[in-house]
Design a protein around this ligand. Structure first.
Ligand code: ATP
Ligand code: MG
Length: 338
């Protein structure tokens, strides 16, 4: 995936600190970030203030998960010498840029954002929607542009956010008369959106359909056993459907032996291949992916001071950069100088 990106770019991505990361994060974004960090300038944002937009009643959860997500990053292969990990709430320039950007986007446009619409529906919000939640795309635009990022590796649910960011960027650049802020490109992998183990649209922390990156072998076995396959594939000898069959979707996402997966699919379609056999293979693949991550995570969790130091130094670097962008924008807009 990283070979698609030339020349070196500035990368910004992040995760809401609402719970431990799962296989959807890994397939959608984290795997790309681990590959990209060697050739690019990469910033990873622990998005705790964004997490507050629908968790204001439980700020403790949002705060606790800052360390959890940081542990997941490091365990999955993010190298703090190559990537900068920083904490959103400790970067006031991001909030200040958000306040400015909110004036360059309309309420109608925010309400039209398809991802926000889906999320509003799944959370059952009506007029009681927190204003911060409706407006979080403007905050994401602030996050991306504060780092002057040009590349954003994300799952496909995030494509509308990048589009909306670029609209805000164009409006601001038009206002100030030159291209101060760069537009960004989303880098979306082939597995743009990993479904949940229940076959529902998206594996998500808030839907209870996830396999965490820190799962035990027993939890993986249990999740794979319950996994949705082809409901019409009743006998082993029956031909089966691969499309929409979560077990095959996961093999596509995580099994590196492409030819073997293609053979399995052909056999399943013909009939004569049982769900149990395919599930056993997936179990092995997932255990060998998650096992080493879980072990590194457990070792890192015993050294919280190291993780805290990583966050402190990363956030300090990010503070310098984001303050500089804010100052440039203030000057370009001609805001009052004291
Ligand atoms: P929440 O339910 O709290 O919103 P989430 O599981 O949706 O959590 P986010 O923190 O919103 O996770 O997403 C962080 C990143 O991970 C985004 O780039 C998003 O596209 C990606 N991502 C999350 N879930 C998936 C998934 N199931 N498939 C692919 N990418 C995903
Ligand atoms: Mg989400």
């Amino acid at each position: 995936m990283s070979s698609q990106v030339n020349p070196p770019a500035v990368i910004l991505t992040g995760d809401r600190t609402t719970g431990p990361l799962h296989l959807g994060h890994y397939a959608g974004s984290l795997r790309n970030r681990v590959a990209l960090q060697h050739r690019h300038q990469q910033y990873l944002l622990l998005a705790d203030t964004q997490a507050l937009t629908d968790n204001a009643g439980d700020p403790g959860k949002v705060a606790r998960n800052v360390m959890e997500v940081a542990l997941d990053y490091l365990a999955a292969g993010i190298d703090p010498d190559l990537s900068t990990i920083c904490v959103q709430s400790a970067l006031p320039a991001l909030a200040e840029l958000t306040m400015i950007y909110l004036n360059f986007v309309t309420l109608a446009r925010l309400e039209r954002n398809p991802t926000v619409r889906d999320e509003i529906r799944s959370r059952g919000f009506d007029r009681d929607i927190p204003a911060g939640f409706l407006c979080y795309p403007a905050a994401q635009a602030a996050d991306i542009t504060a780092f002057k990022a040009t590349l954003v590796p994300v799952g496909d649910d995030q494509a509308p956010m990048i589009e909306q960011t670029n609209e805000i960027v164009r409006r601001i650049n038009r206002q100030i008369g030159h291209d101060l802020l760069p537009e960004a490109r989303a880098l979306i992998p082939d597995v743009g959106r990993l479904p949940g183990v229940d076959g529902k649209a998206k594996m998500s922390k808030s839907q209870g359909n996830a396999i965490a990156l820190s799962s035990s072998d027993a939890a993986i076995e249990d999740a794979v056993r319950r996994m949705y396959t082809d409901p019409d594939h009743l006998r082993v000898s029956d031909p089966g459907r691969v499309e929409g069959n979560v077990v095959f979707t996961y093999l596509d996402a995580f099994d590196d032996e492409r030819a073997a997966v293609a053979d399995l699919k052909a056999h399943y379609r013909r009939g004569g291949l049982g769900d149990q056999t395919v599930k056993r293979r997936l179990e092995t693949v997932l255990k060998s992916l998650v096992g080493p991550i879980r072990e590194r995570r457990a070792a890192l969790a015993r050294d919280p001071d190291f993780v805290r130091d990583v966050l402190r130094s990363g956030t300090a670097r990010a503070q310098v950069l984001t303050e500089a962008t804010k100052a440039e924008l203030h000057a370009a807009l001609g805001l009052f100088e004291l």
